[in-house]
Design a protein around this ligand. Sequence first.
Ligand code: AMP
Ligand code: TRP
Length: 345
Amino acid sequence: MQHKERVFSGVQPTGNLHLGNYLGAITKFVALQESHECLYCVVDLHAVTVWQDPKELSHNIREVTAAFIASGIDPKAHIIFNQSQVAGHAELSWILNCVARMGWLNRMTQFKEKAGKHKENASVGLFTYPVLMAADILLYHATHVPVGEDQKQHLELARDIAQKFNVDFKEAIIASSNKEDGLFFPQPEPLIQGPATRVMSFRDGSKKMSKSDPSDLSRITMTDDADTIAKKIRKAKTDPEALPSEEEGLKDRPEAANLVGIFAALNNQSKTDVLKEYGGAQFSTFKPALAELAVAKISPIGNEMRRLMDAPDELDSILRDGANRANKIAEPILQKTKEIVGFIQ
Ligand code: AMP
Ligand code: TRP
């Protein structure tokens, strides 16, 4: 089936894949398969912007691949691949590095967070990371990009880069493609929706759940067994109040809001629906219900991931096949880009 709209998204193979990645991104990836042509990328080039142990990196690339498949992404109907196997990502990224402005990248809050106080010591790759992300999307002329809330600013940058390229090269675009509108790169639309676009840490409701939090209790990882999932929910930080009956009552209660959002996302409901049922309940009632739901949804995926990880050769061959198919889409777009820029082929 040919779809007009194309989805692209990526997940970094940096270990500790968690409930935030699953609810903020991967469940969306799964749902979009019905309506769109989808490419899902294990973004290993992004991962190495901070140090990765080579052995762990290979393991983590396979783990994200396994998580995609175990969650329900079909690698035959759609494309699962890793970024470093399609050279066009790095090539287009270079061209876009020359379109993006230092001032734009200086405004990126994720760089500031990740580089911390030691900006001088951060890799150059970490600084230009959002340009590579723009290249990922634009290389396929993707129209829709499902991500968690934390990627919103990077997507705005991708839109700005697409627009600047279209403006800078307007004449060449018209000359090379007979496209009177001069629009070569489409503006990608972010898809950031639902009750769990920013899942928070179980230890601190003001911090997002993250792979790099030193506390394992701060997150549920996709490979946690049932007992561990239940224990982490039982130990999650909360306040002493009962749950409110309306969403309004979650304001200023970040931990409660987080657990209700997770319940809603896992159960395909809105927060309002959850509070209709659990409004007035204490956490001593709500937490076991959430644990039961989380175990039912997450532990089968973890089990399937472990099964897939036992056959790394199969995962590798899925990635190679995905890269071949991705490259077929990317190649003509990259060639056209080079022609527009004025390179001789
Ligand atoms: P990363 O692990 O940084 O590659 O993130 C992969 C995807 O998960 C991206 O779409 C992120 O926006 C999303 N994501 C990461 N952490 C969270 C979180 N705590 N809540 C919701 N989405 C998240
Ligand atoms: N930067 C994204 C993250 O850390 C991952 C990513 C890389 C991505 N390239 C992308 C997401 C392209 C969407 C589209 O979460």
